[in-house]
Design a protein around this ligand. Structure first.
Ligand SMILES: NC(=O)c1ccc[n+]([C@@H]2O[C@H](COP(=O)([O-])OP(=O)(O)OC[C@H]3O[C@@H](n4cnc5c(N)ncnc54)[C@H](O)[C@@H]3O)[C@@H](O)[C@H]2O)c1
Length: 250
């Protein structure tokens, strides 16, 4: 799997799965552009990526805001060249605001739609026309197992991530004639800071339901992103690959 000389954008590249993805794809030879709200986390990931020996550009922006996203992609094109692979990884669950549908706060729904789905659509708008023109490109969207397994008290996150899967399928069909592949990755519980912040009894309950009886490591999600970014997946499009230790089987 080599991505040498490919230009890859990873959103949410400062932490967790995005950071692991950046390091994995840099190891495969890709030049990287990393977008994130967290400027100091971005610098840290960028230092680690640079040490691997590839080019890296960072942009500390809010990916929900098209007025910030558009100039960032223009700068990436100027700094690195046309984007070959976009990894739409920004997103989060409601975390401490997670709640039952009864008494739901629609502000949380708006937030989750913005951070999980709108970011994905806004960033994708920046790369589709040039990918179509070049008849080449990969778009990889970070969904979640929550979109398919009916996660209780996370209905709003499930709605947003189901939107990501729907977007992936529709765009895959539209872009297939241009040889642009669009796929999604659906992680199960993955050992990032959100998981580490959970109370122990909840962690134990979640673990007991997972056939592999452990959380995913962010690097295991990055491995699947690397597959979708590589030539090894050239005839795969519109798919969502769950990476969840067997927790939910499609
Ligand atoms: N960790 C899990 O268990 C898990 C499970 C399923 C899906 N996912 C999905 O994987 C993706 C990454 O999750 P993670 O666990 O690594 O999260 P994380 O919080 O560790 O990392 C997310 C990154 O996105 C950045 N970010 C958040 N909002 C942003 C915005 N508006 N603009 C720019 N950057 C922003 C954060 O600063 C952070 O660096 C998310 O889409 C998440 O929904 C995670």
């Amino acid at each position: 799997m080599t991505l040498k000389n490919r230009i890859v954008v990873v959103t949410g590249g400062a932490n967790g799965i995005g950071r692991a993805t950046a390091l994995r794809l840099a190891g495969d030879g890709a030049d990287l552009a990393l977008l994130d709200l967290d400027a100091s986390g971005l610098e840290q990931t960028a230092r680690e990526v640079r040490a691997i020996g590839v080019r890296v550009a960072v942009h500390a922006i809010d990916c929900t805001d098209e007025a910030q996203v558009e100039p960032a992609f223009a700068a990436i094109r100027a700094e690195l060249g046309p984007v070959d692979v976009l990894v739409n990884n920004v997103g989060q669950s409601a975390r401490e605001k997670s709640h039952a549908f009864v008494g739901a706060d629609l502000k949380t729904l708006d937030f989750l739609l913005d951070v999980n789905l709108k970011t994905c659509i806004i960033c994708t708008r920046q790369v589709v026309a040039p990918m179509r023109d070049r008849r080449s490109g990969r778009i990889i969207n970070m969904a979640s197992e929550a979109a398919v397994n009916g996660a209780a008290r996370s209905w709003d996150y499930a709605v947003a991530k189901a939107g990501v899967i729907g977007f992936t399928r529709a765009l895959a069909r539209e872009l297939a004639p241009y040889q642009v592949n669009v796929n999604a990755v659906g992680p199960g519980a993955t050992r990032t800071r959100a998981i580490e912040a959970l109370p122990k009894d909840l962690i134990d309950r979640v673990l007991s339901g997972i056939p592999m009886q452990r959380f995913a490591e962010p690097e295991e999600i990055a491995d699947v992103v690397a597959f979708f970014a590589s030539d090894a997946s050239s005839y795969v499009t519109g798919q969502t690959l769950l990476v969840n230790g067997g927790n939910w089987m499609l």
